[in-house]
Design a protein around this ligand. Structure first.
Ligand code: 5AD
Ligand code: SF4
Length: 445
């Protein structure tokens, strides 16, 4: 196809990654990106089903596009992502001006669908293919030196608040060889940091066997093998489940020098009663025990988390338990969510949904506590010297934003080239970023 395209991405890294592939496929087909809605020949809304009001947002966006489509009948509107998977036929029913609905499993069919839409009108593909991975598609990365690599899609857990198993299906892991080949290719293109992506990355491999053997590849094996890729400097992964940080995974992390000292360790709640209702497999003391074990093995590790406030039935006592775990765990950062019922999930029909006012009040207390802890943790960094990777322009045009291995953002006063590694001395700290100065490299002898 000729002409321009525009992609709007909602939601998580998985969607960002899918959007890179959507852009890559359209570019490979001869199209060019644009920021101008009025000028676009193809508009893709890559949707998310997790966030509150996701449906309203989608239909609001589609409502705005309706007059544009009437004006430019050549415009092709695509709805991709988790809402496309969830709502399927409902989308074209409510917004018949949508040309293509492409589910999360069918993304590699996008170009075909667009072509068929040109010839035959609206198309939809939401089938659950099991052999297609977005990472195998051409990509249009925003960043020349960092890349996401999908290692598994879907999730075999059944957390009662979560819609992911409904829209992304059961876990399907990619072969280690394919993952390694992709990373080697990326390194040849100049990539120095990869983030391994999956809904539950540390159960990687449980659904496949190594060709020619009955053994299953494990996440620890994968980490070790990715660590051996020459030229790669940093390895990250997200999102893991606390339950699956088995000793072999922790061991592989500790031994692999490229694996960065940061883990995301989603708590969700600090109350045993709520954890049980959420169908999370651990309880508070076990969670804290795992965290201690990880910090013992990797002392420099920074820890981030996800917490949901106001799960159905959460009492003030339950919430006090969450605050207590947060105080004891001392996370470097936390993503805090107000519970919102997602269609089809078990929690959505549970009794005792907590009122909006109560959720808001608890949420504010949690954010205030975590803010204090984040600031204390950040201040502990002042005076240290750390390796940072330059990402791009900082808050001022003359400054730079860089990132530590522990995933902390560092602002540097001078302008440096993206992709460069430098040593920074940390001079100041705020809750969400550090300030530093570049330590000159020692003169070579
Ligand atoms: N309500 C609020 N937060 C949710 N999350 C997932 N589902 C819901 C929901 N229904 C949060 C969880 C998860 C993160 C990605 O989003 O904390 O870890
Ligand atoms: Fe959702 Fe994560 Fe639970 Fe899977 S492990 S059901 S993706 S919250």
């Amino acid at each position: 196809m000729n002409g321009t395209f525009l992609i709007r991405t909602f939601g998580c890294q998985m969607n960002e990654h899918d959007s890179e592939r959507i852009g890559g496929m359209l570019r490979a087909d001869g199209m060019t990106p644009t920021d101008d809605v009025a000028d676009a020949r193809v508009i893709v809304l890559n949707t998310c089903a997790i966030r509150e009001n996701a449906d309203n947002k989608l239909y609001g966006n589609l409502g705005h596009l309706k007059p544009l489509k009437a004006e430019h009948p050549d415009l092709r509107i695509v709805v991709a992502g988790c809402l496309a998977q969830k709502d399927q036929g409902v989308i074209q029913q409510k917004a018949p001006w949508v040309d293509v609905v492409v589910g999360t499993h069918a993304l590699p069919h996008l170009l075909d669908l667009l072509r068929r839409a040109e010839a035959d009108g609206p198309q939809m593909d939401v089938a659950e293919y099991t052999d297609l991975f977005p990472s195998a598609l051409p990509s249009a990365r925003d960043d020349a030196f960092r890349a996401w690599v999908s290692i598994a899609v879907g999730c075999d857990n059944a957390c009662t608040f979560c819609i992911v198993p409904f829209v992304r299906g059961a876990q399907r892991s990619r072969a280690i060889g394919d993952v390694l080949a992709e990373i080697q290719g990326l390194v040849r293109e100049g990539v120095v940091e990869v983030t391994l992506l999956g809904q539950n990355v540390n159960t990687y491999g449980r659904d496949v066997t190594i060709p020619g053997s009955s053994r299953r590849p494990l996440f620890a094996d994968l980490l070790r093998q990715v660590n051996d890729v020459e030229g790669l400097r940093r390895i990250r992964f997200t999102s893991p489940h606390p339950h699956d940080f088995t000793p072999d995974v922790i061991g592989a992390m500790a031994e692999s020098d490229k694996v960065c000292e940061h883990i995301h360790f989603p708590l969700q709640s600090g109350s045993d009663r709520v954890l049980k209702a959420m169908q999370r497999s651990y309880r508070r003391e076990r969670y804290l025990g795992w965290l201690d074990a990880i910090r013992d093995a990797i002392p420099a590790i920074a820890v981030s988390t996800d917490i949901i406030v106001g799960f159905p039935g959460e009492t003030e006592e339950d919430f006090a338990d969450t605050l207590d775990v947060v105080s004891r765990a001392r996370f470097d950062s936390a993503y805090t969510f107000q519970y919102s019922p997602r269609p089809a999930t078990r929690a959505a029909s549970m009794p005792d949904q907590v009122s909006k006012e109560v959720v808001q009040e608890r949420f504010d207390r949690l954010v205030a506590l975590q803010q204090e802890i984040s600031l204390e943790k950040a201040r502990e960094q002042v005076g240290t010297e750390v390796e940072v990777l330059v990402e791009g322009a900082g808050p001022r045009r003359s400054s730079t934003q860089a990132r530590t291995r522990t995933n902390r953002i560092v602002h540097l006063a001078e302008r440096l080239d993206p992709g460069a590694f430098v040593t920074a001395r940390i001079t100041d700290a705020a809750a969400h970023h550090l300030t530093g100065e570049v330590v000159p490299a020692p003169a070579s002898v």
